[in-house]
Design a protein around this ligand. Structure first.
Ligand code: PAF
Length: 282
């Protein structure tokens, strides 16, 4: 396995692979890899001849008030995990390699980015769409792998690929959880032990939402109210949003009469965590 820092090095390797008729899977990440990421790498390794993992903390998807500087980074640990899971190449560019002086072209999207995380993080999806487009242009993968924990991001990228006729299959992979239910996230490292315990309110509340739906409740207002009340029992939790939206358009629905995403973002202390589940009538 090789680690490269420049776009030219990636392109030279990809050119050779393509000449040899190899299929390519891309796993875009911001590093500090955990089992959520390695499940994406495993899926790519299983279904492609070559797997590229990008490790890049993308500055343009963070607002000035967010955690760009403190975002955890450990490229040695990431390289070891990538090697153990059979990846072939890590692309770990510096910000100046991705964003040359005078960079001024962005990929933006309306509608799907207007609710959920897009509402609380207004520039976030413009940054994600732009960097993912650049990574797609650099790596030119056949398949690209994203986690369902970032369900809105996955829907946005699928939609972008469709809108812009990108010849890439976007594959969503299931959320990986700790044994007690907390969704794996690089940001979990910010939590103190007391906050780590409090963070279980997210998965517990999703379980409550699922139970209400399986007991026949279809009024999203009633479900959201019950979930909100449950989160409010945890003193360290502060709700950013709890919403039920159409799975494709990411627009809120009043009634569950189509496939939906039930998603939440909750601050535990200063750490903003997200989690979700999807529901589709059997
Ligand atoms: O999900 C992430 O880690 C990032 O948003 C992504 C897709 C790698 C783009 O920077």
């Amino acid at each position: 396995m090789k680690l490269v820092k420049t776009i030219k090095e990636v392109r030279d390797i990809i050119k050779q692979w393509k000449a040899d008729g190899q299929t390519i899977g891309l796993v875009p990440t911001m590093g500090y890899l955990h089992e959520g990421h390695t499940s994406l790498i495993d899926e790519s390794v299983k279904n492609n001849n070559k797997t590229v993992v990008s490790v890049f903390v993308n500055p343009i998807q963070f607002a000035p008030t967010e955690d760009l500087e403190s975002y955890p980074r450990d490229i040695d640990h990431d390289s070891a995990l990538c090697r153990d899971h059979g990846a072939d190449l890590i692309f770990n560019p510096d910000p100046s390699e991705m964003y040359k002086d005078g960079f001024s072209t962005y990929v933006d999207m309306s509608v799907l980015t207007e609710e959920l995380c897009g509402l609380s993080r207004p520039i976030h999806f413009r940054g994600v769409c732009t960097v993912v487009t650049k990574l797609f242009n650099i790596v030119t993968p056949d398949n690209a792998y994203f986690g369902e924990k970032d369900a809105q991001q996955l829907a946005v990228i699928k939609h972008m690929v469709r809108d812009l006729n990108m010849d890439i299959k976007v594959v969503g992979c299931p959320i990986v959880r700790e044994t007690d239910g907390l969704a794996k996230s690089s940001r979990n490292t910010y939590l103190s032990s007391e906050e780590r315990q409090a963070a279980l309110i997210l998965s517990k509340t999703l379980k409550l939402g699922k139970e209400l739906i399986s007991n026949g409740e279809r009024n999203t207002g009633a479900i959201i109210n019950a979930m909100t009340t449950n989160i409010e029992t945890e003193p360290l939790a502060k709700i950013d949003y709890v919403k039920i939206v159409d799975s494709e358009t990411m627009q809120p629905v009043n009634k569950i009469d189509r496939p939906v995403l039930c998603a939440m973002a909750v601050y535990i202390g200063k750490t903003r965590l997200i989690d979700n589940f999807s529901f589709k009538e059997a």
